[in-house]
Design a binder for this molecule. Structure first.
Ligand code: ATP
Length: 323
């Protein structure tokens, strides 16, 4: 028989993402409306091990849906990667009466949720990462806001670059995943995108393109470079030396993580928070919520972690054709 859950805990883990607050709010309010008690765990798995655990009522999540970041704060925790840390985490959950836990974070955080499930705490993961790099879902919390923030910043850089007839390299977030770069590449009309999944060292090709485009009368050349490739400043210096065209690098950095979430991030995060509570109420554990083919779905965490996400070839090729 499915285990009945009385107290639901919620935490955010890994990198923060705009929309996490909407997910926390949905978990709290949906759980309370289902007759459950709710506890917020601050600073991810580190806060769990330090017992930074607070009671959460309806009013505690008022006025947060429009705020970026996470009111529960977030952290990375090495100790939780160990068997002792995971056992201690499960014991602390039991001590505080937490029998169901919603973990909002990336795939590293799912591994923490998986470990707690193995120690008898029912867990559900929600994809919270600006990188869109979780294979079991077409949507992750924060990507929409982050990519719109980056797009707007790149539009501004492009205005000034065109006026000065410069070449610009804009570095966007994405250490292992090029989705922000790919989407901005299309949305900002970039001449080149450099992403970790597809990177081949082809700087000479870029240099030739810049020279040819300038001959054809193009007033600017925009290169979007993902963080995982990096080295934008030295790349700019080399391109300027080879082309004779003034080239500037801009690293957008942490601004892409912050700011008020878009409507999409608020809406989707709210649905995912509610769905996670539904799954716990149904006695489910070791599962992750996703959005696939226009439906709210859930997968076993083991199965979700085994899936591979690949950059869609059609999107990558189209980006190159449209430049
Ligand atoms: P992001 O996509 O923003 O990096 P993430 O959730 O993937 O988010 P990680 O730093 O990989 O970020 O993981 C967050 C936390 O989850 C870690 O600090 C650690 O506490 C826990 N965690 C990660 N991997 C494991 C693991 N194999 N076993 C147990 N816990 C883990």
């Amino acid at each position: 028989m499915a285990k009945e859950i009385n107290t639901i805990g919620v935490l955010t883990s890994g990198g923060d993402a705009p929309g996490m607050n909407a997910a926390i709010r949905a978990v709290v309010r949906k759980a309370l409306s289902s007759g459950k008690t709710v506890k917020g765990i601050q600073k991810g798995f580190m806060g769990l091990l330090n017992e930074e655990i607070i009671d959460m009522e309806r009013k505690d999540v008022s006025e947060i849906i429009q705020r970026g970041g996470t009111i529960l704060r977030t952290a990375r925790c090495e100790e939780f990667r160990t068997e002792e840390g995971q056992q201690k985490g499960a014991d602390i959950c039991r001590k505080h009466g937490i029998d169901g836990l919603v973990v909002i974070g990336g795939d590293g955080s799912y591994r923490g949720a998986q470990a707690l499930a193995a120690h008898g705490i029912n867990t559900i993961g929600i994809p919270g990462t600006i990188d869109l790099d979780i294979a079991c879902t077409d949507y992750t919390i924060g990507f929409d806001t982050a990519v719109n923030t980056a797009m707007q910043a790149i539009d501004k850089i492009r205005d000034t670059s065109s006026s000065h007839e410069r070449c610009s390299i804009v570095e966007v977030m994405g250490r292992n995943a090029g989705y922000i770069a790919l989407w901005c590449g299309v949305a900002n009309g970039a001449e080149d995108i450099l992403i970790p999944e597809k990177y081949e060292f082809r700087e000479q090709e870029i240099i030739n393109n810049i020279i040819n485009n300038r001959k054809k009368g193009k007033t600017h050349h925009l290169i979007i470079n993902a963080e995982g490739i990096g080295h934008s400043t030295s790349m700019a210096r080399r391109i300027e030396a080879a082309t004779g065209i003034e080239t500037r690098a801009t690293i957008l950095g942490y601004m892409q993580r912050g700011g008020s979430p878009t409507c999409k991030d608020r809406f989707y995060a709210s649905m995912m928070g509610a769905k996670a509570v539904d799954l716990l109420c149904e006695g489910k554990s070791n599962r992750v919520v996703g959005y696939k083919h226009a439906s709210w779905v859930d997968f076993d965490i083991d199965e979700a972690l085994a899936m591979q996400k690949v950059i869609p070839e059609y999107e990558f090729e189209t980006c190159r054709v449209l430049r």
